[in-house]
Design a protein around this ligand. Structure first.
Ligand code: MRU
Length: 348
């Protein structure tokens, strides 16, 4: 069976609406939402019904194209003004993953090149579809490059979900595992549960198990012991934003794993498409880190696990400094050092 038959798509364009896998309901239920309005798209992104940097970008692109269809004007400059307003509205849905901004700005540029409103409306849909198609091809390339770093029977640790459902297909950090499965290349994956929203337990464990990959779930505080006792050969993670010097924002807990990788002298890999790089930022200190609702920390689902009204700090991401990253894997290949020079050259 192929990956497409084993796993649902996270996002699908359906002509006048977006069909979205509701990732909040996984793993108990595989259900889909039909999004008809830009407000529904905004809510789906901010409430993590869709999450994962590339999937957020794809959904936002479709959301903007969807909104543009409803503008009742023939005037190109009025059309562009409304589009810019809707672009700015979608930009408030989540702050850290740069793919969101990358995708909606790409759509804005597309519309600017059209000479009529009708042309712009059609071009926007085509561009959003193109973003999704490109992401699938990109993730496959990332998977091939990443797999070249692993030996048969390696045990690899990952965090959060940087998988097929976080992208168009295959994923970034999880792509090598899906490709290894296709090629009968044995690998063992340890997935950390990823508190507070449990994307590792709910999504990665579900996705890899469904795809037939050998996956073992651990809680986040088991990472050091697991590396020590289970012969972890490498850690691989995705990314939400990589700055010009290679500093990498990813799910909270990633930085701690990078420190552990250094302590245990195992490689720490970041896998991400070029759409996740932000060359307007020199270092990770310039990245906005999303802080989310305290409910995510004080509750598991709707069940209260902390004193009511306790003070909570809930950053959704952290930044791993470039010197802890052994290699960054993109669709163009693997860069291992001198990120300050290697990263800009990826875009030449
Ligand atoms: O809060 P989330 O679930 O959107 O966070 C997702 C991650 O941190 C992923 O690792 C990252 O977006 C890469 S997805 C290919």
């Amino acid at each position: 069976m192929t990956l497409s038959t084993l796993l649902p798509l996270s996002v699908e364009w359906k002509d006048n609406y977006i069909k979205l896998l509701n990732q909040q309901k996984l793993p108990q239920e595989t259900v889909f939402l039909d999004l008809f309005t830009i407000e529904e798209v905004h809510d789906a992104i901010s409430s993590l019904k869709v999450r994962g940097a590339p999937a957020i970008g794809i959904t936002a692109a479709y959301g903007l194209a969807l909104a543009a269809r409803s503008y009742e004007t023939e005037n190109v400059s009025d059309f562009l003004q409304r589009l810019k307003k809707d672009r700015d509205y979608l930009a408030t849905s989540r702050p850290t993953a740069v793919n969101l901004f990358w995708a909606i700005d790409r759509l804005l540029r597309t519309a600017t090149n059209a000479s009529t409103v009708n042309e712009a409306k059609t071009d926007l849909i085509h561009e959003a579809i193109q973003i999704q198609l490109e992401d699938e091809a990109t993730c496959r390339q990332i998977g091939e490059h990443a797999l070249s770093l692993f030996q048969k029977n390696d045990s690899i640790l990952t965090i959060c979900n940087a998988g097929s459902i976080a992208t168009a297909k295959y994923g970034t950090a999880l792509a090598p595992f899906h490709l290894a499965k296709e090629q009968d290349f044995p690998l063992k994956v340890f997935a950390s549960e990823t508190r507070p929203v449990l994307q590792g337990a709910r999504l990665t464990a579900w996705e890899l198990q469904k795809a037939g990959v050998d996956v073992t779930l651990i809680t986040d505080n088991m990472a050091a012991h697991t590396i020590q006792t289970k012969k972890i050969d490498a850690i691989i993670v995705g990314a939400d934003r990589i700055t010009a010097n290679g500093d990498t924002a990813n799910k909270i807990g990633t930085y701690g794993l990078a420190i552990l990788a250094k302590a245990f002298q195992i490689p720490f890999y970041v896998a991400a498409p070029l759409s996740t790089f932000d060359l307007t930022k020199e270092t990770g200190s310039e990245i906005e880190i999303e802080e989310r609702n305290s409910h995510e920390v004080t509750h598991i689902g709707d069940y209260l696990i902390a004193p009511a009204d306790i003070a909570v700090f809930n950053p959704a991401f952290d930044v791993t400094p470039n010197d802890l990253i052994t290699a960054i894997i993109t669709e163009q290949g693997i860069i291992t050092e001198n990120y300050k020079e290697a990263i800009p050259s990826l875009f030449e």
